[in-house]
Design a protein around this ligand. Structure first.
Ligand SMILES: NC(=O)c1ccc[n+]([C@@H]2O[C@H](COP(=O)([O-])OP(=O)(O)OC[C@H]3O[C@@H](n4cnc5c(N)ncnc54)[C@H](O)[C@@H]3O)[C@@H](O)[C@H]2O)c1
Length: 307
């Protein structure tokens, strides 16, 4: 695949409005990157969705299409809007094509070393005026920006899963983020139709800190044999009107991501509240990462398997 290949069957630039907006470059075509790409394309931004190889980039594009299909079936968008949005997304391998973008959103795995490395490369490849945003759910933005030639360019923009359905974005100014960069990121999120809340740059911000404790407590209860996972999920859903139980939600988030978040909170606060239940590490070591790997706390048979 050449870099920045258009979505299969769709002519690049077929939407005359595509050039009205700045180009967005999304790094990481996983659960979040594919959703962010779909959301940006719906808001008429041309988008490049990048991953480390062709298979992953194309899988991300297919997931973006699936999210847009779902929104169409629910009546949230029209079929024409879906097709126009898809026509605005192309895919790329690596970071080279970031040079065309004015907004870069990083959605690579929750690993401080990896994110630092990516932004070190991006400060060279992305155009000098491009906004750099990380979708980290827990890592302090100031630490991600540490060592960049211009740490003021980087800000946290935390989207929620599934991106098309979740109205919130958490905006996290790092201690070194320039005010105009923060305001540009806020305006971008608002243009995507999101409601923005601002959090200080502490591990887990507002939402992830709350969620981590909720998920971890459920894992500890399962680990201690207090109740089955099904009963714990039902208790949270019917007792608190949560739309999903904690294990269903952990499978959606990804167990590796949930564990990485707990470790970030533990490292950041050294508070036993954030001590990860051993179940997380065991399941992750076994490759049970949740929906994305086909099994987490629950099993997810592949589509079309008839199971
Ligand atoms: N999963 C969630 O519910 C959720 C919600 C909000 C925020 N987040 C955050 O979003 C980020 C991504 O999470 P995710 O759940 O989408 O993870 P994921 O594992 O589904 O996707 C990550 C993608 O990044 C790719 N990647 C790895 N190294 C790369 C590189 N060097 N260049 C380009 N791509 C690379 C991987 O191949 C993978 O496709 C994390 O920081 C996570 O904490 C996740």
């Amino acid at each position: 695949m050449s870099d920045a290949t258009p979505a299969a069957g769709i002519e690049p630039g077929s939407d005359p409005r595509a050039s009205v907006r700045e180009r967005v470059f999304v790094v990481g075509a996983g659960i979040m990157g594919s959703g962010i790409a779909a959301q940006c394309a719906l808001a008429e931004y041309p988008v490049t969705l990048a991953d480390v190889n062709e298979e992953l980039a194309r899988r991300g594009l297919a997931n973006a299409e699936r999210a847009l299909d779902h929104a169409t079936r629910k009546g949230a968008i029209g079929a024409g809007e879906k097709e126009s949005a898809l026509g605005r997304i192309d895919v790329a391998i690596g970071l080279r094509r970031a040079d065309r973008a004015q907004i870069v959103v990083e959605a690579a795995p929750e690993d401080l070393g990896l994110k630092r490395q990516l932004f070190r490369e991006l400060q060279g490849t992305a155009s000098p005026g491009a906004l750099l945003a990380s979708n980290t759910s827990s890592l302090p933005i100031t630490q991600i920006a540490q060592g960049l030639a211009d740490p003021g360019r980087l800000v946290g923009l935390h989207f929620f899963n599934p991106v098309l359905q979740m109205p919130l974005v958490e905006l996290i100014p790092g201690h070194t983020s320039r005010p105009e960069v923060v305001e540009r990121a806020r305006a971008f999120a608002v243009r995507l139709g999101k409601t923005v809340v601002t959090s200080r740059d502490t591990p887990g911000f507002v939402t992830t800190r709350a969620l981590a404790v909720l998920l971890n407590e459920a894992a500890w209860m399962l680990f201690e044999g207090v109740a089955t996972k099904e009963d714990i999920d039902t208790a949270y859903k019917l007792g608190f009107r949560h739309p999903m139980g904690p294990f269903e939600l952990a499978d959606l988030v990804g167990l590796d991501t949930a564990l990485a978040i707990l470790d970030v909170l533990w490292d950041g606060f050294r508070d036993p509240r954030y001590r990860a239940c051993p179940l997380w590490r065991t399941l992750v070591a076994a490759g049970k990462l949740g929906r994305k790997s086909g099994e987490g706390f629950y099993a997810y048979p592949p589509r079309g398997s008839g199971a």
